[in-house]
Design a binder for this molecule. Structure first.
Ligand SMILES: Cc1ncc(COP(=O)(O)O)c(C=O)c1O
Length: 388
């Protein structure tokens, strides 16, 4: 047999997968590892999908998505973020991940460099290497008050080979939210160096205090790609719908690329997304408020239990610092945690070298589960000898 695609073979497995596999061997596991919203998709969205199926939306749609859905997303951007783009700049994708993959396909040649956040969403690195391009991590600064973007540091990493910068605000796993000044400065850096800015805004509705600022606010038709998702906003992870907003001159290319790997986003899911976008937004507010309360609750418990953590400003994750007396890698620690006390968390190193020394807790569960999880973690921090 001839060799498989070596890049695909060599891509490291996510550390979260190993935890999930191990967790499958135990009962009464507290699951704080997966970033999957625990709320059901709101009923009016499910009803719209049902109606769409009965109405015959069961075939392919145009590559770029149904015109009414592209228009609904353009209206959403105006309504929620005051960003004016035309529907022909929008491509409906298979989740934000499909949007990211498409943007990397459209922009990257082999050997190109892409600046990615560290700690950051690991799928960027996977997708970039599949393009035979190179991820160059930029660090996020960290203090107890949160992770933050360092635009000067990002600029210092730009070389002749840099093709794009990935921004993720609010961020997974850190909950970092970039300020308006930082976003504007990053847009200026991207302009100055003629590189693309790929802005992953999958958590654009998951901010607890600050307002979300998209780079598209400063550059709606230049070199910025905005990536959005229904997965978190409307609790629709399994429906697989997201959106790219691309510069006008590039969006036809992105529509064409859909043909090469998915043809189009699932048509029935597009109709569901349309109902989500044009319908009442009270469900979004209710879910955001629930996540905000859980984050507050988890932070308060950490304070009480003397667990060191970094406060998030958005998304629904909590980065917890491993105490100095635990001299294990985050991978080994997370695995031992499942085995010893049946608590599943994401090892920080999965998100890059700067995630080492942390574990990420996903707060997609009730307060009682969060409490049980933190109690188990506290027990292990107080007495690491229970670790197997
Ligand atoms: C930062 C970030 N971007 C993109 C995605 C992908 O989202 P989707 O389900 O829309 O593909 C996720 C999912 O967890 C994420 O955390």
């Amino acid at each position: 047999m001839k060799a498989l695609n070596q890049v695909a073979v060599d891509i490291p497995r996510s550390g979260i997968r190993s935890i999930l596999d191990e967790a499958a061997n135990y009962r009464d596991v507290v699951h704080l590892e997966i970033g999957q919203p625990d709320f059901p998709t709101p009923a009016h969205i499910i009803e719209a999908a049902h109606k769409a199926l009965l109405d015959g939306f069961t075939g392919y749609s145009p590559n770029a998505g149904l015109p009414s859905v592209r228009k609904a997303f353009a209206d959403y951007l105006m309504k929620t973020h005051n960003i004016e783009v035309s529907a022909d700049q929008i491509v409906v994708t298979v989740g934000a991940m499909g949007a990211l993959f498409n943007a990397f396909m459209a922009t990257l040649n082999p050997g190109d460099e892409v600046l990615v956040p560290n700690p950051g969403y690991p799928n960027y690195r996977m997708a970039i290497s599949l393009m035979h391009a190179v991820s160059v991590p930029y660090r996020l600064d960290v203090s107890k008050h949160g992770f933050s973007l360092n635009v000067e540091h990002i600029e210092s990493l730009i070389t002749e080979k840099t093709k794009a910068i990935v921004l993720n605000s609010p961020s997974n796993p850190t909950g970092m939210v970039a300020t308006s000044d930082q976003v504007e400065a990053l847009v200026a850096v991207a302009h100055r160096h003629h590189v693309y800015l790929i802005s992953d805004e999958a958590y654009d509705q998951m901010l607890f205090s600050a307002r979300h600022v998209s780079p598209l606010s400063f550059d709606p038709d230049g070199n910025v790609f905005g990536m959005y998702s229904c997965s978190k906003t409307y609790s629709m992870a399994g429906w697989r719908v997201g959106f790219i907003v691309a510069p006008k001159r590039i969006s036809p290319l992105m529509a064409k690329l859909q043909e090469a790997y998915c043809s189009c986003a699932p048509t029935v899911s597009q109709k569901a997304a349309e109902a989500a976008l044009v319908g009442e937004q009270t469900c979004v507010e209710a879910m955001r408020e629930a996540y905000r309360q859980r984050v507050e609750y988890a932070c308060a418990l950490c304070e009480q239990m003397n667990i060191e953590y970094v406060r998030p400003s958005g998304a629904f994750y909590l980065m917890v610092k491993l105490p100095n007396h635990i001299s294990m890698t985050s991978d080994d620690f997370a695995l031992a945690l499942v085995k010893s006390v049946q608590l599943a968390v994401a090892p920080g190193s999965t998100f890059g070298s700067q995630g080492e020394g942390f574990v990420r807790l996903s707060l997609c569960c009730s307060e009682s589960i969060i409490k049980e999880g933190l109690q188990r973690l506290h027990k292990v921090f107080a007495n690491p000898s229970v670790l197997r």
